[in-house]
Design a protein around this ligand. Structure first.
Ligand code: NDP
Ligand code: MG
Length: 329
């Protein structure tokens, strides 16, 4: 396997953004972090957002804040940082009417571009600049003088400058300080969905819940079950983040390490891997996206019901209690 090239500050030239206006559409977790950092790097940033909490926050932060359509009309680069399931409708209603050849459409996750929610017109550059981290982390690391790593992709290059613009945005957000990988939008989208569904969110949450349930159903105190199966996940993950699985194994006891080797493969069996492969297929063929968009467009009733149900689960009830007891007052 060939190593991917990692791009740094010296590979990117901020001056390609000279004289350009970047409209950040949406001012949530990513919108705020990316807009503030780009502005600090000297980029001319305006915000396009509907009236409400985000509108007020962007105004408070001193930006020129406009309705989405006006911001998109004034911009050379339209960076869409809305929830993925809203990209299509907002693009069709507010952005498509003001699209002109020469404009660049940018996203931080390829979902809407890859699954056809947004259909960019001919003559448009279509790029992705994706920080690998939540917005708070993106901003914090930038302010500290560094950045989180990122991914860039070019889906359409009408101007011949699409890659340069993507790299310049990445640099303006501090991503090239840490390092940027170049990929296709399909790779980013499929991998991102796979990771969050199978390992990070789906996967992890169910593993912790099962662990908690097994202990509680066997009569162990839920407080202790929470510590073992949820709280300590972070401590273990911090070690892996720092130095890999071997570093974690070196820090835990020999007993814990032996238990990992003996019992891990008994719990996470090869049929889990087989189902992960099925999940990857559903992602790559668009089945997952189609179902999710249908759910979102029909009022997200199941999403809301699941959200409510998890709040009533013992692991969450106990967790809230534990976290408040052990908080520094
Ligand atoms: P948030 O939910 O934090 O923010 C969404 C923003 O969009 C809010 O400002 C919200 O404003 C606004 N908004 C929602 N609906 C509409 C609408 N119909 N019209 C106008 N504005 C609207 O989203 P994120 O920042 O998490 O995600 C944005 C993008 O970044 C997504 O594509 C996501 O995949 C990507 N991304 C996210 C990462 C993450 O860790 N969160 C990491 C990397 C990429 P209001 O206050 O009015 O609701
Ligand atoms: Mg992700």
């Amino acid at each position: 396997m060939k190593d991917m090239a990692i791009l740094h500050d010296s590979d990117a030239d901020l001056s390609v953004l000279n004289g350009k206006t970047v409209a950040v559409i949406g001012y949530g977790a990513q919108g705020r972090a990316q807009a503030l950092s780009m502005r600090d790097s000297g980029v001319n940033v305006i915000i396009g957002i509907r009236p409400g909490k985000s509108f007020d926050a962007a105004t408070q932060d001193g930006f020129k804040v406009l309705p989405v359509r006006e911001a998109a009309a004034q911009a050379d680069i339209i960076h869409i940082l809305l929830p993925d399931e809203t990209h299509g409708p907002v693009y069709d209603a507010e952005i498509a009417p003001v699209m002109k050849p020469g404009k660049t459409l940018c996203v931080s996750h390829g979902f809407s571009m890859v699954f056809g929610e947004i259909k960019p017109p001919q003559g448009t550059d279509v790029i992705m600049v994706a920080p690998k981290g939540p917005g708070t982390e993106v901003r914090k690391r930038f302010v500290e003088g560094f950045g989180v790593p990122g991914l860039i992709a070019v889906k359409a290059d009408a101007s011949g400058k699409a890659r340069d613009v993507a790299l310049a945005i990445a640099k303006a957000e501090g991503l090239t300080r840490a390092g940027v990988l170049e990929c296709t939008m399909e790779q980013e989208t499929y991998e991102d969905l796979f990771g969050e569904q199978n390992v990070l969110c789906g996967g992890m949450v169910d593993l912790m819940k099962y662990g908690f349930e097994v202990l509680v159903e066997a009569g162990y105190p839920p407080e202790m079950a929470y510590f073992e199966c949820v709280h300590e996940v972070k401590l273990i993950m911090d070690l892996i983040y720092e130095g890999g699985i071997q570093k974690m194994n070196a820090v835990i006891s020999n007993t814990a390490e032996w238990g990992e080797y003996v019992n891990g493969p008994r719990i996470i069996t090869p049929d889990v891997k087989a189902r992960m492969k099925e999940s990857l297929k559903d992602i790559e063929t668009g089945v997952f996206a189609k179902n999710w968009i249908a759910e979102a467009r029909s009022g997200a009733k199941n999403l809301k019901a699941r959200r409510e149900a998890i709040g009533l689960h013992g692991v969450e009830v106990t967790g809230a209690k534990i976290r408040s007891l052990f908080e520094q007052k």
